[in-house]
Design a protein around this ligand. Structure first.
Ligand SMILES: [Zn+2]
Ligand SMILES: [Zn+2]
Length: 128
């Protein structure tokens, strides 16, 4: 019990990878996951680590074995998703252009058709 309290006050967690309490461990960034590991252990174990600079500050995000898979897949689908979205937008623009062309053709054909009709058919109020 005393040992456990000591560990908390020191902020040292048992490393998930090497099972040692020495040094500073980083916690898994996923939700309330309590898994902790040394940054070096995590990287050598192939855990997913996301390091990016936000507003001049370096932000580390690391995930345990279980959540590495989740976060890596998410990051990849996000990247993939935007690419797919961009190509989809291009297709939509192309479709819209095609629709406008079609509409113009239809309107022109309609006009031609109306003009080619005998006058008594193109005038609907004329009864026979
Ligand atoms: Zn370790
Ligand atoms: Zn985790």
């Amino acid at each position: 019990m005393l040992q456990w309290q000591e560990a908390i006050s020191k902020g040292n967690d048992i490393c998930l990878v090497c099972s040692r309490r020495e040094g500073v461990c980083i916690k898994c960034n996923y939700g309330h996951c309590q898994s902790a590991f040394h940054p070096t252990c995590g990287s050598s174990a192939g855990f997913f680590m996301n390091v990016r600079t936000i507003g001049g500050k370096i932000q580390h995000k690391a995930y345990c074995e279980k959540h590495s898979l989740v976060e890596r897949t998410k990051a990849e689908t996000q990247k993939h998703g935007t690419e797919e979205w961009n190509s989809l937008k291009k297709v939509r623009v192309e479709l819209e252009r095609l629709r406008l062309i079609c509409e113009r053709i239809i309107r022109r054909e309609k006009l031609k058709y109306q003009r080619s009709l005998p006058w008594f058919i193109s005038w609907p109020w004329v009864s026979f």
